[in-house]
Design a protein around this ligand. Structure first.
Ligand code: PGA
Length: 263
């Protein structure tokens, strides 16, 4: 499967920083032929960053949003609806652990958002992940018993894709993001490659149990403290098809190194 690297800028960058970063990524990716990259800037920068991306576009560079609301329109002050992003972005990050925790998003809300995103032609990037870090021995050598640690991501995935048709399922992207590994959390450390691969394989089995044919189209990404220094831990793993990068995606050189690693 063609690798996919998604940059989640979160609530960072000024307009000039965003433009500088987007231009730098675009220049740096000109020679990238075997991977796709998606930049997800904050909402107000989608149009200006989109102008950078879509002016003499590179096939391998796309734009994404970090969220949408769970209704199509209406009296929801401050929210952004999926149809508003149609034609502007190709992807939208949904169910991120920061949204689940800070904004109390439930599995049901994530499922609703996934359906609305798909109805507007956006590819939902569904984030799932467990809160508790497993024991070091499990991280180093996950066994079948370790599967009980990873019930949460599998359960979140199952809930997020509930009611999707096989055609809709084909359009999703799954991001396995253990909450304990996300750099903004206290004492965060990246997962081991072998453990991230193990959980990605469980997620793949869940997708296959829904529709084996559709599953073959769905990239499974790893996210959580991916850096230029540790990306080689994840890129060779057979069940991992790319990564979702937060902090390191704000550093041009590091982000390009990560993308090249999957090329
Ligand atoms: P991180 O964030 O790479 O800074 O850990 C990843 C994410 O939250 O998507």
């Amino acid at each position: 499967m063609r690798p996919l690297i998604i940059a989640n800028w979160k609530m960072n960058t000024t307009l000039s920083e965003a433009l500088l970063l987007a231009n730098g990524v675009k220049r740096g990716l000109a020679g990238l032929t075997s991977a796709d990259v998606v930049l997800c800037p904050p909402f107000p920068w989608l149009v200006p960053v989109g102008e950078v991306i879509y002016h003499h576009p590179l096939k391998q560079l796309q734009l994404g949003a970090q969220n949408v609301f769970w209704q199509e329109s209406g009296a929801y002050t401050g929210e952004v609806a999926a149809p508003m992003l149609k034609g502007l972005v190709g992807y939208v990050i949904l169910g991120h652990s920061e949204r689940r925790r800070v904004f109390q998003e439930t599995d049901q809300i994530v499922n609703q958002k996934v359906k609305l995103a798909l109805a507007s032609g956006l590819r939902p990037v569904i984030c799932v992940g467990e809160e508790r870090r497993p024991a070091a021995a499990v991280l180093d050598q996950p066994t079948e018993e370790a599967a009980h640690h990873v019930q949460q991501p599998v359960k979140e995935l199952r809930a997020a894709i509930k009611g999707l048709t096989a055609d809709q399922l084909k359009k999703i992207v799954v991001a396995y993001e253990p909450v304990w590994a996300i750099s903004s959390n206290k004492n965060a450390v990246a997962a081991t490659g072998i453990y991230a691969n193990f959980v990605s394989q469980l997620l793949r089995e869940e997708l296959e149990s829904h529709d084996p044919e559709a599953s073959a189209h769905i990239p499974i990404l790893y996210g959580g403290s991916v850096t230029a220094a540790n990306v080689e831990e994840f890129s060779p793993q057979p069940a991992i098809n790319g990564c979702l990068v937060g902090g390191a995606s704000l550093k041009l050189k590091d982000f390009l190194t990560i993308c090249q690693q999957f090329n």
